[in-house]
Design a protein around this ligand. Structure first.
Ligand code: SIN
Ligand code: FE2
Length: 217
């Protein structure tokens, strides 16, 4: 157990911070992957640029989104779903770059979810003022796989709530390189992000990028 904590970066890694049973923060787990991940993301953004999707209720989302992997999460007037095709390009989503896949599988294993092979990575871009209201990740077919969420760029306050929208939510500060994993009894917990505060990150500038890895099918 203790040995694994040193394996990811070769340095001393922090102990997981347990939010509730099944959910934890792996502080700095992705920090050493930053260069490889950002380089890979350049290719993804070129093939599938960020866009503001529309909710079934007709509201434009303030978070800009794109995807990589076999499936992409989309929303439009007809609903929320996963699709193999990017509706903007009419082509497949760009494949999930191996540095992203490796990071997600490694983080899940570190959190106790061995054998996680995501087929979808939703990429969210927040600029100052952008927020994501409380929601459950429930468009996937199989809830036995966890969610792995990687924070890059500006810090944010993550809300981690209960099984009902009205349940009190923990406020969890997340910094560049932090990874949140939730699964098992925590898989359907409500979560969201408070409005991003203004600032500038040394590598990413005035934005926060979040990668959410899921097993959609
Ligand atoms: C999400 O729930 O899709 C994203 C969470 C985050 O940006 O940290
Ligand atoms: Fe989510």
């Amino acid at each position: 157990m203790t040995m694994d904590l040193f394996a990811a970066t070769g340095e001393m890694a922090a102990l997981p911070e347990i939010l509730v049973p099944g959910a934890m923060v792996l502080r700095g787990h992705a920090t050493a992957d930053t260069a490889a991940v950002l380089a890979a993301l350049d290719g993804v953004f070129a093939a599938a640029p960020f866009r503001h999707m529309v909710t079934p209720g007709g509201c434009r989302m303030s978070v800009a989104m794109t995807n990589c992997g076999a499936y992409g999460w989309i929303t439009d007037k007809t609903g929320y779903r996963y699709d193999r095709i990017d509706p903007e390009s009419g082509r497949d989503w760009p494949p999930m770059p191996s540095p992203l896949l490796r990071l997600a599988t490694r983080a899940a294993a570190q959190a106790g979810y061995g054998g996680f092979v995501p087929d979808a990575c939703l990429i969210n871009r927040y600029v100052p003022g952008t927020r994501l209201s409380l929601h459950q990740d429930k468009d996937e077919m199989d809830f036995t796989a966890p969610i792995v969420s990687v924070s890059l760029g500006l810090p944010a306050t993550f809300l981690f709530g209960g099984m009902r929208r009205v349940d009190a939510a923990q406020r969890v500060p997340l910094w560049h390189g932090d990874v949140v994993v939730w699964g098992g009894p925590a898989r359907l917990r409500y979560h969201g992000v408070l409005p991003l505060k203004a600032g500038s990150h040394v590598l990413l500038g005035e934005q926060r990028i979040n990668l959410t890895f899921r097993k959609a099918t």
